[in-house]
Design a protein around this ligand. Structure first.
Ligand SMILES: Nc1ncnc2c1ncn2[C@@H]1O[C@H](COP(=O)(O)OP(=O)(O)OP(=O)(O)O)[C@@H](O)[C@H]1O
Ligand SMILES: [Mg+2]
Length: 438
């Protein structure tokens, strides 16, 4: 069921409920007031009759001369007054209900609901000739019921009018809400299709405006992330290409040259006059050189020692290498031995991040001191590399910081780059602590 039908259904239910409740209350109130009004009219009539006869001496009560005493009661509403003689059926009617044809007569069901019990009061009058006439006062609540019917109708129509106004007002608001929801939905669909440049318009309704702002922010973050990813992908391909070039140059320059030299020496050694020991010495020298070249190429491709020696030894090796190259830089390593049990995937990320941080310090920081902290904190590997250099902002050009952030996020970790001018940079990374299988 659509939201609109649901709201309309609720409104109809509420209106019906209000009408039923209001109708029951109106009937109950009408019933009370009819009863009160009728009773008070009867009481008034009785008092007037009593008072009237107190003024007429018994000797004057004959014929119909006494009738004018109570004729004043003709004006009293809701009453039928009749006279019966010695218990016989009423004969004379002093007051009659005048039915106004133009009046809005209530329907029978309403009369049945509102009509109170039937009131009749008797008043016996002794006459001069010894007879007793009985004045019967019967209540007729029709006037009151007609009045209550008019009020109930007014109540009903005012509720209907209010409901129509409420219905229109809610539907107007609802149309605005639906328009906003549709716009936001189509915006989200565009984001889903990868169109991150979208900007939703501002809305007058505060809540939707807040959602639109959030969607716009989300789509611009996704756009930035997409841009970074594309740049990283291009950078990775570029690195791959340049590594292949370096590799092929090294193979060509070092291996090719050395192999040619070895071959030439082998050919020379075949001659009778060849100085075999010196040729062998030369081959040994060339082979030693080759093994250094091959090791260096392999270290560039993958730090094999990580698997062989462990993270601590490989990091110490890296640190010694940097200290050898930059003698005025002090590097501290605070290492938690539990990290030796880290699995290979996380270990290589930890190593690469420390490697990039140290490269950045040497390249950008002009620092004299770097502290590296690596420890297990709960379920995470906590890393911090802080220097006392000049500080600096993550530029648009570099890929080292982006790469570190990617590594952390790909593993479900966190990355933070904090820099204070002339105090240095602190890189904090949290990675999940995953132990290697035994
Ligand atoms: N330790 C640091 N001290 C000062 N500035 C730093 C430090 N680390 C990073 N930066 C700043 O952050 C920028 C981005 O670093 P990033 O490693 O992403 O790029 P890069 O080192 O310039 O290039 P590359 O892509 O080769 O790593 C640097 O250009 C530098 O301005
Ligand atoms: Mg860098």
């Amino acid at each position: 069921m659509s939201l609109r039908s649901l709201i309309n259904l609720r409104i109809v239910f509420s209106v019906v409920f209000i009408l039923l409740l209001g109708g029951a209350t109106a009937v109950w109130q009408a019933r009370q007031s009819v009863e009160r009004e009728v009773q008070s009219s009867i009481n008034l009539a009785l008092q007037m009759i009593e008072f009237g006869f107190a003024q007429v001496p018994l000797s004057s009560r004959y014929g119909s001369e006494w009738l004018p005493q109570i004729s004043a009661l003709q004006q009293t509403r809701h009453l039928h007054i009749s006279i019966s003689e010695n218990g016989v059926k009423p004969t004379k009617f002093i007051t009659q209900r005048i039915v106004d044809e133009a009046r809005n007569e209530p329907p029978q069901w309403f009369i049945d609901l509102v009509r109170a019990r039937h009131f009749t009061e008797k008043y016996d009058v002794s006459m001069a000739d010894g007879t007793v006439k009985t004045i019967l006062i019967t209540a007729d609540p029709m006037d009151e019921i007609t009045e209550a019917w008019g009020e109930s109708q007014a109540f009903f129509w005012s509720i209907v009018a209010m409901s129509v106004i409420m219905f229109l007002a809610i539907n107007l608001v609802f149309n605005a809400v639906l328009r906003a929801v549709k716009t936001i939905l189509s915006g989200l669909q565009q984001v889903e299709d990868g169109h991150y440049g979208l900007a939703l318009p501002r809305f007058k309704i505060k809540e939707f405006d807040a959602i639109a702002l959030e969607v716009n922010e989300m789509s611009s973050s996704l756009k930035a992330a997409q841009k970074n990813n594309q740049a990283l992908a291009r950078h990775t391909m570029h690195i791959q290409e340049s590594e292949r070039q370096t590799m092929s140059r090294e193979l060509h320059d070092e291996m090719g040259q050395s192999l040619t030299a070895i071959k030439a020496m082998a050919v020379t050694s075949k001659q009778a006059s060849a100085d075999i020991p010196s040729i062998a010495d030369s081959i040994i020298t060339v082979c030693n050189h080759l093994s250094i070249v091959v090791r260096s190429m392999m270290r560039t491709l993958h730090p094999l020692s990580l698997a062989e020696l462990g993270l601590r030894a490989t990091l110490s090796d890296l640190i010694s290498e940097w200290q050898r190259r930059t003698s005025d830089l002090m590097i501290d390593l605070d290492y938690d031995d539990q990290l030796e049990r880290l699995n290979n995937e996380v270990t290589i990320h930890v190593y690469r991040i420390v490697q990039e941080c140290l490269t950045n310090v040497v390249r950008h920081a002009k620092a004299t001191h770097v502290s590296i902290l690596l420890e297990k904190r709960g379920d995470t590997v906590w890393m911090s590399v802080s220097d006392n250099g000049v500080g600096g902002q993550m530029g648009q050009q570099g890929f080292g910081v982006l790469g570190m952030r990617e590594r952390a996020q790909n593993l479900g970790g966190k990355f933070l780059f904090e820099s204070v001018d002339n105090e240095g940079v602190n890189v904090i990374v949290q990675l999940p602590y995953i132990e290697k299988k035994r």
